[in-house]
Design a protein around this ligand. Sequence first.
Ligand code: EPS
Length: 392
Amino acid sequence: MLRYMTAGESHGKGLVIIIDGVPSGLKLDESCINPVLAQRQKGYGRGGRQGIETDAADIISGVRFGLTTGAPVAVMIKNRDFENWKKILSVGAVSGAISEFNVPRPGHADLSGGIKYNHHDFRNVLERASARETAARVVSGACAKAILREIGVDVFGYVINIAGVLTDEDTHLGIDAVKKKISELDGKYGANLRFPGGHEIPVIIRKIKAAVEDGETLGGVVKVITSRLPVGLGDYTQWDKKLDANIARSLMSIQAIKGVEFGLGFNCAGTPGSKVHDAIHYSAKKGFYRSSNNAGGIEGGMSDGEPLIVKAAMKPISTVRKGIDSVNARTKKQVKTIYERSDICAVSAASIVAEGAVAFELANAALAKFGGDTIGEFKLNHSNYMKYVKKF
Ligand code: EPS
């Protein structure tokens, strides 16, 4: 079983992730992780913090001579901003007054977390709840993608909607064509939005600029797709083995995600059954296949052999410069929230995090199906299974 845990505060010394259950013999080094960390930092609309950080993975265990050993993989990412927060985030006791963060931001973990853990200084909550933690999470995604690559599976996350400006230009494109289009558009506009609709990018840039001026923040929708995903990952026989359930849980655990849908998703509810369900066909070359993919590649909690299609909606970031009504937890006075610094729009970053979350669940399901001690065993079992599927 593949699992991970993270630790670390947004402005503390750094972030740590331990990934357990990585098979031995997997090629893994910092060069598999750092490009993804860099991607996560990009995207028009990110705040001043990204100018301070240059996220870099430091692998501290589980890898020898560029190959995993089967032992837990531990990775550290330093927070460069810690230099500016040494006193406020000190592990040891400090002398002198430390200013408290007493006004909870609606939409953030501040108030519920403060009540739960008895912190009137919400700094103790927000530092851990912060989306800074997603830097550590993409490490597990990069590791999962390296596992999936061994059996030819690719996973890609991108953006299809920012603040209501959306595109469906990706709908009939495969993963490679979507990647190519995004790379061309990111090169052309330099906004790194990971958005595949050329006409809409200037509109989105204008919207983000307006949000900066208005002291607002913006949300959006990310989409994750796959290629060459084998049929039969996940399981219909028990609730906690269902692939869609596990992917939904992983996506919902990402900061600011408020909704997840597979394939036709919520639109299934108003469409008749004969139009929702993907008719089954067979050809000697392709085997069983579908002429549509409203299921988003998952039926009965298992991959059905079609590409996975899952979307996640991100709410606007809850640190809003124009302020929102709140209450000072010490004085109980009604006040506006206080603004330190924030991103305006981080949907493109969320698409990288979502890609990693989906990859993680797919790698976990693939290891459950094909065996997870060594990469050699994993690949052999996958290849035998694919021969069996072809003959079925
Ligand atoms: C975040 C607030 C901002 C974001 C941060 C998430 O940090 P700061 O308060 O330092 O400006 O930049 O995200 C990251 C640092 C990151 O690397 O993604 C929050 O409150 O969630």
